[in-house]
Each structure stands twice: as C-alpha cells, then as structure tokens.
Design a protein around this ligand. Structure first.
Ligand code: NAG
Ligand code: NAG
Length: 400
C-alpha cells in the first residue's frame, strides 16, 4: 500500500504523456515496472559511457507551455531525463497541450521515453515553503523514474542554455559528486531581512492563491547549524539528492522544517544542508553556472537579458543564462549562432543521423545516444569548470 502511494505521482506524471501517446502498453508501463524495480529506463549503456547524464526539472506557470517546449527543444538529449511542471494556476488542459506538443515536436522523446509532464501540479508561488515542497516533489519523482542520471538541474521557463548537450559532455571532467551551489555564510543584510524573519506560506494549506504572512516576532540567528545563502538555481549531484530525499541522517529533514518558515528557502536550503553536512561540505563548487545580471543592490530577480547582453553572455562560458522575455530576439541569436538549432527542432548532436538537406530535421533519425560531438563551447565550459575546481582546491576548506 505504501509503495502504491509512493508511485502515485509517478503514475500521474506518466499518465499525462502516455494517455496521449498510445504506447502506454509498450513503453510507459515498462517504465513504471522498471522504476519500481529501480533499474534504468533510459540508455542502458549509460553506465559504460564516460559522459554524464542530467535530470532536468523545468517549471513554469500558467501560459508558459510554449516556453517550456522551446526550452525543452534547446536542452533535449536522449541520454537525459526531463520532468516538465506547469504550476497549479495552469489548467489540466494546458498540461495536456504541453504533453501533446512535446510528443509531436520532439519525436525522439517518444522513442526514448525520457520526457514526462507532472500530472499533479504544485502551488504557483515563487516564495515560501511551497517552492521547496515543489522541488522536493520533482527530485523524488526523478529518483523514482530513472536510476541513471548524475546531476539534477533546475530551470524555469525564463531560462535558456548557452551550450549544446554535447558540449555539456565537458562535465565528464568534473567529479560526479560535485554540487554546483552558489553560496556564502556572509549574509549581511539578509540576517535581519531573511534569516530572522518568520513567515507562513498559505500555498501549503490553501487551495487559492494567498499572500504569505509575516509573524510579528523574529527568531534569533541559527545556532545549531550555520546559515548559508546564495543563488536559488542549483545543479545537484545524485548522491546529494539521495542524501536529502532518502537519507537517514536527520539534517536534511531538520533543516526542511526550519525552512518551512523562511521567506525564500530555495536561496538557502540546499546550501545550508550541503555546508553543514560532514560528507557533503567538500563537494560544493561555489557557482550556479548561470549568467545573470543584477542591479546593485540586487532586486528580487535579475535583469531581463537582450541582444545587448549577448557577447558578455557568450564570453563567460556559463552553460545557462536567465532571465529572458518570451521569444526575445536574443534567443533566436543563441539558437542560430550557439546551439545551431533549426526552427522548431531540437539541438543537433552526435546522436542525430538524419541527412543534411535544408529544412530537414537532422534529429528526426537517430543512432547511438552515447555518441557525443562537443563543439567549441565545450572548451569554454571545460575551462570554467576547471577554474572553479582550482579555485576550490586553492582554498583551505570550502563552505566559507
Ligand atoms: C537591453 O536591456 C537594457 C536594460 O537592461 C537596455 O538598456 C538596452 O537598451 C536593451 N537593449 C536592447 C537592444 O533592447
Ligand atoms: C574537507 O576539506 C578540508 C580542507 O581541505 C579537510 O580538512 C577536511 O578533512 C575535508 N573533509 C572531509 C569530510 O573530507
């Protein structure tokens, strides 16, 4: 019974896609069976290949369906796993449309069965504990769906990649236990405005959308653990996710309860868990690998990027950038010049075997998904990861 209850989100996640796809009997039901027996669903040869595999959790709000599809096309690779989420302010119809669009626009996803739309959505908030609940839900579903990925990447509808998935191969030079978490314990103004603040998020217990409310009392700065804070956007290793979701050390749970009353827990939760854990504090690389431009002092969200930011964006070597307006012209420039992605097509890679006729999608036919052909951006990314690793090693101890 307990196992059945656990499987429910997985089943409902699969349901949306498979109800439409007509291969429920063949692919998806075997996905359910294999996820419960904890074997691999995607690419059984993944273990033999040195190139890593990523689990992407891509989340959006009502009306974000088309952006999620575009972003999926830009980050799709058969070796990865994708979970798309339209928050509870979107209708089930939008969710069905999204699943249908994925099915028709990414033909490979039907064969590889590696894209799911979360059937049971979470609250549409960008603050409070419901955000954390949402990320925990996604990571638990990802663990259940697929045993093969190395890193979990969180993206929103306003994000975009700056490298192809074959370039991401450059990650094979990074130890698999590394967590990319931008963090500091030097929290300054945040101590009064964030750490001491006690809030209650109605997203957890009300069906309708309601304002977060603030307690009049403040709580003292934490003593039983050290508070770390940084970018809410993270790339987390599989061992660390397992520690947070399945582990028997109580630190992740204690901190989860603490952060239930924090205003923006996703800026601090994984940061504080990793840095207060004996086993994981040495696995943190102090970067979120995103290109963002902030006001000084920083506002809640970074600038919207446009074509004026293009050159700087490319120069950093960061694999992702945020945030963008829907269909901003700079996205087209990135598609054309960096990703070499045709209109309405996925980013071509070593796995695509279609011929090179104009207007013909090279990825409408495919071969070995483990064949990767990194481009020039891979070198930049490799340099960036190497620099971060060196920076880390030159400091005595991390999590400062
Ligand atoms: C890009 O955005 C900045 C502000 O963030 C603005 O100053 C600039 O004019 C914009 N460039 C274009 C080409 O729209
Ligand atoms: C973490 O790194 C520091 C400094 O290099 C070292 O002293 C410590 O023993 C390491 N901790 C673990 C658990 O490896």
């Amino acid at each position: 019974m307990a196992a059945l209850r656990c499987l429910f989100p997985v089943l409902s996640a699969l349901f949306v896609l498979s109800a439409l796809s007509g291969f429920f009997a063949s692919t998806s039901s075997s996905s359910v069976a294999s996820s419960s027996s904890k074997s691999l669903i995607v690419s059984s040869s993944a273990a033999a290949s040195p190139s890593p595999s990523f689990a992407y959790y891509i989340s959006g709000l009502r009306g974000d369906g088309p952006r999620l599809v575009r972003l999926l096309l830009a980050v799709y690779h058969p070796r990865n796993r994708y979970l798309l989420h339209l928050a509870s302010d979107a209708s089930d119809r939008e969710r069905m449309d999204l699943a249908r669009a994925v099915r028709s626009r990414v033909p490979a996803s039907r064969a590889f069965g590696n894209v799911d739309v979360l059937g049971k959505p979470n609250a549409a908030t960008n603050m409070g504990s419901s955000v954390l609940a949402s990320v925990h839900h996604a990571t638990a579903v990802m663990l259940r769906l697929d045993g093969g990925w190395d890193w979990l990447v969180t993206l929103s509808a306003a994000d975009y990649p700056m490298v192809s998935q074959d370039d991401i191969h450059a990650f094979s030079s990074a130890p698999r236990e590394i967590n990319f978490i931008d963090h500091t314990s030097n929290i300054g103004w945040k101590d009064y405005h964030r750490v001491q603040l006690i809030v209650v998020d109605p997203g957890i217990y009300l069906a309708r959308r309601a304002q977060i409310f603030h307690a009049t009392e403040r709580r003292p700065t934490t003593e039983s653990f050290k508070f770390f804070s940084g970018s809410p956007w993270v790339i987390l290793s599989r061992p660390f996710i397992e520690f947070c979701i399945l582990g028997w050390d109580n630190l992740p749970r204690t901190l989860l309860l603490y952060f239930a009353n924090a205003l923006i827990p996703e800026e601090s939760y994984f940061h504080s868990v990793a840095c207060n854990s004996h086993d994981f504090q040495n696995t943190t690389l102090n970067s979120d690998l995103r290109y963002m431009v902030w006001d000084n002092p920083p506002q809640m969200e970074p600038h919207f990027l446009n074509v004026s930011d293009h050159d700087n964006m490319v120069h950093t070597g960061a694999p992702f950038a945020r945030q963008f307006h829907m269909d901003d012209p700079v996205l087209e420039k990135i598609d054309r010049e960096i990703l070499r992605r045709g209109y309405n097509q996925v980013v071509p890679g070593g796995w695509c075997t279609g011929d090179g006729r104009p207007w013909f999608d090279p990825c409408s036919k495919w071969g070995d998904p483990n064949l990767v052909k990194p481009g020039p951006r891979a070198e930049k990314l490799k340099e960036l990861v190497k620099k971060l690793l060196e920076e880390r090693d030159s400091q005595s101890g991390w999590c400062k």
